[in-house]
Design a protein around this ligand. Structure first.
Ligand code: 1PW
Length: 215
């Protein structure tokens, strides 16, 4: 699978990785999805150590997915669609409460999927923002409209505190390493549809199988 080059880190390449997730028959490749997340983690880490508690959980989830993929039945995890079918057919998913399968691919990926919605909302706010817009406010609003409803109070509190430490809009755009503000906005306009598409297909897959509330 293709990975994001270490040296010339740019958010553009990360977002493009999500483009490579989609197969011709609209399935989502696990390896590309995980690689996309690896890039997002690198981006979060470049925002400062205050984000490390946030990225730590994502790293943990990425590792669980990699372990499934490298396991004996790794081929069953090639796409999210095949993973869902395999785990459900073989009773490998805890549906009511976490018990025998606390680290199923289905429940682990659901957490990344929900976080992707946050990212989608946040990037869209950044794309349409103006000079005076505050990144911390945009990030918090995106969070409250998505991931927050799935988090316990203490996590919400910690996350909201971390957002306050986000660099301002200009510095944030600079960290993306894409170029001028105009170039960032153009890049987001190009890349966002792919993230949205990946999100939508995953959401539909989980909805079909009644997996959107996995414990
Ligand atoms: C600036 C770029 C922002 C992009 C990304 C989003 C990353 C999302 C990670 C949020 C993690 C907050 C702390 C961890 C919380 C976990 O309890 C929670 N994990 C997630 C990914 O929401 C739920 O996982 P759990 O406890 O059910 O295993």
């Amino acid at each position: 699978a293709d990975s994001v080059p270490e040296e010339k880190f740019s958010l553009k390449e990360v977002l493009i990785t999500f483009q490579s997730c989609l197969t011709d028959n609209q399935e989502i490749l696990t390896d590309s999805y995980v690689n996309g997340w690896r890039g997002l983690v690198r981006f979060m880490n470049s925002l400062g150590s205050i984000f490390s508690f946030i990225s730590k959980d994502a790293v943990n989830k990425i590792q669980i997915m990699v372990t499934h993929r490298n396991g004996e039945n790794g081929d069953k995890y090639e796409t999210l669609q095949s993973m869902v079918k395999y785990e459900l057919d073989n009773n490998l998913v805890d549906l009511q409460r976490r018990a025998e399968h606390p680290e199923s691919g289905c429940r682990t990926l659901l957490r990344l999927h929900r976080a992707l919605r946050w990212l989608e909302l946040f990037l869209e706010k950044l794309r349409t923002s103006t000079e005076g817009s505050k990144t911390s406010v945009m990030c918090t609003d995106a969070y409250n409209d998505s991931l927050a409803q799935h988090h316990a109070w203490i996590i919400r509190k910690a996350a909201t505190m971390a957002f306050c430490a986000l660099p301002g809009r200009a510095a944030f755009f600079h960290t993306m390493n894409v170029g001028s503000t105009e170039q960032v906005v153009a890049m987001l306009g190009e890349a966002m549809p792919f993230i949205s598409k990946v999100y939508e297909i995953t959401e539909e897959l989980y909805k079909q199988h009644n997996l959107l509330e996995l414990p």
